[in-house]
Write a protein that binds this ligand. Sequence first.
Ligand code: BG6
Ligand code: MG
Length: 213
Amino acid sequence: MIKGMIFDLDGVIVSTDDCHYLAWKRMADEEGIYFDREINERLRGVSRMDSLQIILERAAKPYTQTEKEAMAARKNDYYVALIQELTPADILPGAAETLAALRQKGVKMAIGSSSRNTPVILERIGLSTAFDAVADGNQITRSKPDPEVFLLAARLLGLAPAECLVVEDADAGVEAALAGGMKALGVGSAAANPSATYRAKSLAELKLETVLG
Ligand code: BG6
Ligand code: MG
């Protein structure tokens, strides 16, 4: 019996994919590092510093820790400027309807996101008060596929992991949910993930009764 649903934010609730891509692309271009949308796919669900490590696989020279921190901060400045433009229109199809249906059924809802920009994004899209709990990149030390952020979300909801279903668009996030003892619904880029407990193209296609048990 599922008593709580934990939603990843980027790529599940809101469309920020392009903002992340454009911000990393600008930073990589300035550094002369090759970066494309295929490499960008590998950054889904991965923390800012771990994402930078993946980008630096293509770098021609080594960077010091101080330089890396400056590069990650620069990308974040570009990203924060882009997400200022987000509005409720950027909420992904089916997300608002799913949250409303869960509220009506008395199922608890949380965010479980690696992003340290979660509070500002939720504010921009008008969902700051829509969730019973928010666990994000500001409260954790280990990035997905580690289950830390989802275990924290379940704890904040007052639920056992087995009572929770995680919704994820990242393979790393599906892995994290399962590692934490939760069920996982893969959507978007994770809609074909064979490890996911359930799969749907998007929340708009989800039949809630099939996943709530
Ligand atoms: C995840 C995104 O939600 O957050 C990743 O899928 C991103 O692409 C990560 O790197 C960290 O985000 P932020 O906003 O803290 O840089
Ligand atoms: Mg995501």
